[in-house]
Design a protein around this ligand. Structure first.
Ligand SMILES: [Zn+2]
Length: 317
């Protein structure tokens, strides 16, 4: 598959099916009826108008929630570490949120993966003094024009100032602000760029988009994502958690071990049901018609259609 086709923004509510399935906080960012060219502009407009809320998770760690994916900041005399950067237009709100909890210097911005709702603010945060750290493939994907074939939508490559200046393939370790911080690459899951960030002493784990808390996920087939990979990544995360671990999902409310376990059970149930139908020779359309998630939709579909998720499960399993 051509590299350019691997980049996609489906999870941002850019199609009717995606929008129907997307959690409300994502849905609000882009109308499903907008012309494709306007969709990124709409999301950025949401970034401009949505304040970033801070929630204290530990003495020096806060969850930051605004228009894009969930962010976090660790503060202290070694300098502040930010995880993810939402939309470019959210940068003033992110800076304001950080200032409201810390007067320490900027240090590093870590991207959980390459998607626009997690990296679009990189250039602005870099200009504010943060060095950008990410998986090597995040840098690769951000360095190229992004095109979502399905939605006739494209974004140019990010400028040099937005790109990670420090990258890794497997893992990276930081002793910082009194904590031991592990950055570890998942095998391809939501994308092939996903990492987790684990603050050992604080017992806080940011999973990025391998975990959508309380909603069906988007899995980016165009970036080598798959249902099996997502389940494996979620299980790997679960193994790091105890009953007190605060688990930050890429989207949705702050989670814990029980939430992540429920999520894995849901993913596994859908995978198994779709696999059973697929085994009988059913086409994707036939599987969709059988509504294999009917029992789960009340809890996970938020009133929308689960078809996008079922289709992804069908195609990637
Ligand atoms: Zn994502």
């Amino acid at each position: 598959m051509a590299r350019v086709n691997r980049r996609n923004f489906l999870h941002l509510g850019m199609a009717a099916s995606a929008a129907a399935l997307a959690p409300r906080w994502v849905l609000s960012q882009a109308s499903q009826t907008a012309a494709p060219a306007d969709r990124v502009a709409q999301m950025r407009a949401a970034g401009a108008s949505t304040p970033v809320k801070t929630t204290k998770l530990y003495d020096n760690i806060w969850l930051l929630q605004g228009a894009g994916g969930n962010m976090a900041v660790q503060t202290g005399k070694d300098g502040n570490i930010l995880i993810d950067s939402s939309f470019a237009t959210a940068v003033p709100h992110i800076r304001e949120a950080i200032s409201s909890v810390s007067s320490d210097a900027p240090h590093a911005l870590i991207n959980t993966h390459w998607h626009v709702d997690h990296v679009d603010g990189n250039e602005g945060m870099h200009a504010a003094g943060f060095k950008v750290i990410a998986h090597s493939k995040t840098k690769t994907r951000m360095s190229e024009p992004a095109e979502m074939k399905l939605f006739h939508m494209s974004l140019p490559a990010y400028p040099a100032g937005a790109l990670p200046s420090a990258t890794f393939d497997d893992s990276m370790h930081h002793e910082h602000n009194g904590d031991s911080i592990e950055l570890v690459h998942y095998d391809p899951a939501h994308t092939d760029t996903d990492i987790y960030i684990h603050f050992h002493n604080a017992n806080v784990l940011h999973c990025g988009d391998i975990f959508f808390n309380k909603t069906y996920p988007f899995i980016d087939e165009g970036s080598d994502g798959s249902i099996g990979g997502t389940i494996s990544a979620a299980q790997k995360s679960l193994a790091l958690a105890d009953d007190n671990t605060k688990i930050i999902p890429g989207h949705g409310p702050l989670g814990n071990k029980a939430d992540l376990k429920k999520y894995i059970d849901m993913l596994s149930a859908v995978r198994d049901q779709v696999a059973a139908l697929k085994k009988t020779g059913a086409s994707e359309q036939e599987v969709l018609a059988k509504k294999p998630t009917a029992d789960l939709d009340a809890d996970w579909a938020h009133g929308g259609s689960p078809d996008m998720f079922v289709g992804i499960v069908y195609r990637t399993s």
